[in-house]
Write a protein that binds this ligand. Structure first.
Ligand code: NAD
Length: 432
């Protein structure tokens, strides 16, 4: 392989990039590559998604409109369901889902995409896995799939791992601001991957292997999950003692070093924080026989939170001589985090499910979501009217979108349970 050739094509921007998977991650990196001056082919098996993108419509939730408009305006992007464009690519990125199924990592999309890449890949190209996954996936799961096409890794093609780290809804950091951690199967793979990402982001941080890069991504998300568990349990411990966890966290956060502020809530949600640590604990048990105890415990604590929120709701209703059964409960916000229209693994939905199972009459309002499925039944969202608020026995603030006028909700509502401390202390408001 002539590594200098591909580096030269990156340097003079004549290189072509194929991005497999045009969801949030794949489209974001595709746009960044086009902006950097490279020709980009976005490939996805989802036909309606590809048709929308090819029409110039931003059909992927969470991607910034300005980044999309800028990328499309370069004229360097094409979108297709056909994988044969892989053959024309110097660099092939895999940005396919890595979910959990039956409590185990599900790498079927990586395996399937790897097989497709192997079928079409040209000798000398670099393949980079961007999906979040456990250490060993690039070399032990993806590589053998690609090699079924007849090319050998390290001999005929280059292979590396670099996780996407973007944060939906976070406008403080653009794509280029977030450093990239890059690990290759050999020095040549690492060098070309670094040269590629150096065109897209300001800082590239090389590590010695794909496995170190894979593990670094899991550490980042697990760090967040464990710290959220710490304050979630703090909320339960404080509640038993009549102490406000929020006051305690604010006080601790005045320390200018050694403390990072995490906040409690109804549980962890989204497609990363609740899922990625499962990859870590599963792989650790499988490959070393060693349970990653702290992470498993943190997972358990976070999983308790929707039930804890429901127990607090029951307590509040009890004070008013009401049962959960039959009470009218209005849930405000159902997505997994504020200002993002994504229901995946949403703890708010788990709270609603538990309330419905206890025969509460649950209604919800969310500016991003029209309907939520609960045990096979579709709940339709309601318009947030004063009548709806006043009619509720309890209003539960589960995901406080910035569009909510919570002061007005408090004025109109009877009792409010604020599971995120979005309102602060006020008469008629009980905080988690
Ligand atoms: N969304 C995030 O905030 C985020 C951040 C960092 C990392 N990640 C990770 O990045 C990966 C992708 O996440 P996402 O949010 O973009 O997922 P997504 O579900 O939004 O998009 C994945 C896309 O891949 C397509 N796809 C699946 N199999 C395919 C195949 N064989 N060929 C072509 N296309 C295929 C799907 O149709 C889908 O459009 C996951 O591993 C995720 O954990 C996500």
């Amino acid at each position: 392989m002539n590594v200098e050739e591909i580096k030269g094509r990156l340097a003079d921007r004549s290189a072509t990039v194929a991005v497999i998977g045009q969801g949030y991650v794949g489209l974001s990196v595709a746009l960044a590559a086009a902006k950097a001056g490279l020709r980009v082919i976005g490939i996805d098996t989802n036909r309606s998604l590809i048709e929308g993108l090819a029409d110039g419509r931003l059909v992927v939730a969470g991607v910034r409109e300005d980044a999309f408009a800028e990328g499309i305006a370069t004229g360097r992007m094409t979108f297709t369901t056909q994988p044969d464009g892989i053959g024309a690519a110097d660099i092939v990125l895999l940005c396919v889902p890595t979910p959990v199924r039956d409590h185990n990592p599900d790498l079927s999309a990586v395996e399937e995409a790897g097989l497709t890449v192997g079928e079409y890949l040209s000798p000398g190209a670099l393949v980079i896995l961007e999906s979040t996954t456990y250490p060993g996936t690039t070399e032990q799961v993806l590589c053998p799939q690609i090699e079924k096409g007849g090319l050998a890794a390290g001999v005929d093609f280059l292979l590396a791992y670099s996780a996407e780290r973007i944060d939906p809804g976070n406008t403080a950091f653009t794509f280029a601001d977030i450093p990239r951690v890059v690990g290759g199967i050999d020095p040549a793979s690492s060098a070309v991957a670094q040269a590629f990402y150096a065109l897209l982001v300001d800082v590239v941080h090389p590590v010695s292997s794909c496995r170190a890069a894979e593990m670094a991504k899991l550490l980042e998300n697990t760090y967040r999950m464990v710290n959220i568990a710490l304050v979630n349990e703090l909320a339960m411990v404080c509640s038993d003692q009549g102490i406000s966890p929020w006051e305690v966290i604010d006080a601790a956060a005045t320390k200018p070093f050694g403390f990072e502020r995490f906040l409690p809530g109804p549980g962890v949600g989204g497609h990363c924080i609740p899922i990625d640590p499962t990859y870590l604990t599963w792989q650790s048990r499988r490959d070393t026989g060693r349970p990653y105890r702290l992470v498993e415990l943190a997972n358990d604590i976070n999983a308790e939170m929707p039930g804890y929120v429901v127990s607090r709701v029951a307590e509040i209703l009890n004070e008013e001589s009401r049962a959960v059964k039959g009470s009218k409960i209005l849930a405000l916000g159902v997505t997994y985090k504020p200002d993002v229209g994504d229901l995946r693994e949403s703890a708010a939905v788990q709270v609603i499910r538990r309330l419905v199972r206890q025969d509460a009459q649950v209604t919800f309002h969310d500016p991003f979501i029209d309907e939520v499925e609960v045990d096979g039944v579709i709940l339709h969202g309601s318009e947030l009217t004063d009548e709806l608020i006043a009619d509720a026995d309890l209003v539960a603030v589960l995901t406080p979108h910035s569009a909510f006028d919570l002061d007005h909700v408090v004025e109109v509502a009877g009792t409010v349970f604020d599971a995120r401390n979005a309102i602060g202390a006020a008469p008629g408001v009980v905080v988690l």
